[in-house]
Ligand binder design. Structure first.
Ligand SMILES: N[C@@H](CCC(=O)N[C@@H](CS)C(=O)NCC(=O)O)C(=O)O
Length: 329
């Protein structure tokens, strides 16, 4: 859950009072959820997380399907309002929680910064991230060193087969949602064909490279008093959120090794170092008390189990040590 700074201004406090009912249905490892969480932290809005276990197929359960028939996280609930889709959610919080001092993530409409931000946001949001993510996981030779253990890679490689089995079972169990499940199954089959085709994955990687080159050009153009600008403006915008989450994913996949080789894209590298220092970025990446980074591919219950297990081992070791020390005295 988001922590609130103690020194928030009264306008931010007001927005938080309004925002107290915000519930984000999300998963810590989801690319699209991370964007929303980042935006919520940038705006210093309080929210509660409801974790949806994607590895076990919780997104296909009837209760979630009623929230989002597409069976996808994130979904935001604000009182009786239900908003699915990361882009729509970010626009919603920007439209509804931008009073007074609450930081705005969109420049003034009609300004050159606004136009730039829209172009960059579209460019970055349209990279085929699912194809590139799973494409690299299935074809590791196409990327550099992934920040995932071999066990984590194996789990991810098994996700599609596991989900197909879950969906087959659910078609029988929840017949009223059969049509939704069949759409999901078809999407899975289509994606599986794409990610196992090296040529398609390479094309996806080229799309990402094209987007990054455009970003580099934009950053290079920031001269003189614009030296300290973020991607499109002096202020951090929605396009920065899209860029930071993309760079984080590329880093996890080992693709930054490839893109940043021989000090390529130096302005993006400097930008990313600077962006990672932001409080909101750190909070986003440290969700779930940092468990997310340590056991990035395990589901929530296993994560808790591993943590509890590790704590138990440490306590047991400390107990034995104390026993031996006192006995030897
Ligand atoms: N366009 C959607 C995409 C959301 C999406 O693809 N979410 C993934 C997690 S990153 C998901 O829920 N996948 C589960 C599934 O499709 O079964 C958005 O921007 O929110």
């Amino acid at each position: 859950m988001a922590g609130l700074q103690t020194t928030v201004s009264s306008d931010v406090k007001k927005a938080n009072e309004n925002g107290n009912g915000l519930i984000l249905y999300q998963n810590y490892q989801s690319y699209f959820c991370l964007k929303v969480v980042f935006a919520l932290h940038e705006k210093k809005l309080k929210f509660k997380s409801h974790i949806v276990d994607l590895f076990r197929g919780e997104q296909f359960e009837p209760w979630f399907l009623k929230l989002n028939p597409k069976c996808e996280v994130p979904v935001l609930k604000d009182g009786v309002k239900i908003i699915p889709d990361s882009r729509r959610i970010i626009d919603y919080i920007e439209d509804n929680f931008s009073n007074g001092d609450v930081p705005r993530l969109i420049p003034e409409k009609g300004s050159p910064e606004y136009q730039n931000m829209e172009r960059m946001r579209d460019l970055l949001d349209n990279v085929p991230i699912q194809l590139v993510t799973y494409g690299c996981i299935f074809n590791p030779s196409l990327t550099g060193k992934m920040k995932l253990t071999s066990q984590e890679i194996k789990i991810r490689q098994g996700v599609f087969t596991a989900q197909e089995n879950i969906l087959t079972d659910l078609c029988e169990k929840n017949r009223e949602f059969k049509d939704h499940y069949l759409v999901k199954k078809n999407n899975l089959a289509r994606l599986t064909t794409l990610i196992t085709d090296e040529n398609e994955v390479e094309k996806g990687i080229l799309d990402v490279e094209y987007a990054l080159n455009e970003v580099e050009k934009a950053l290079v153009s920031h001269e003189g008093d614009k030296k300290k600008w973020w991607l499109c403006s002096e202020k951090f915008t929605i396009a920065d959120i899209s860029l930071c989450i993309l760079l984080t994913r590329l880093q996890m996949l080992g693709l930054t090794d490839k893109f940043f080789k021989d000090n390529n894209l130096p302005n993006i590298q400097d930008y990313f170092k600077r962006a990672q220092q932001r409080d909101s970025f750190k909070k986003t990446m440290n969700q779930g008390d940092g468990i997310v980074n340590k056991f990035s591919s395990l589901d929530t219950k296993e994560q808790v189990f591993v943590t509890v297990g590790s704590v138990a081992i440490v306590l047991a070791a400390a107990g034995i040590a104390t026993f031996l020390i006192t006995r030897n005295k």
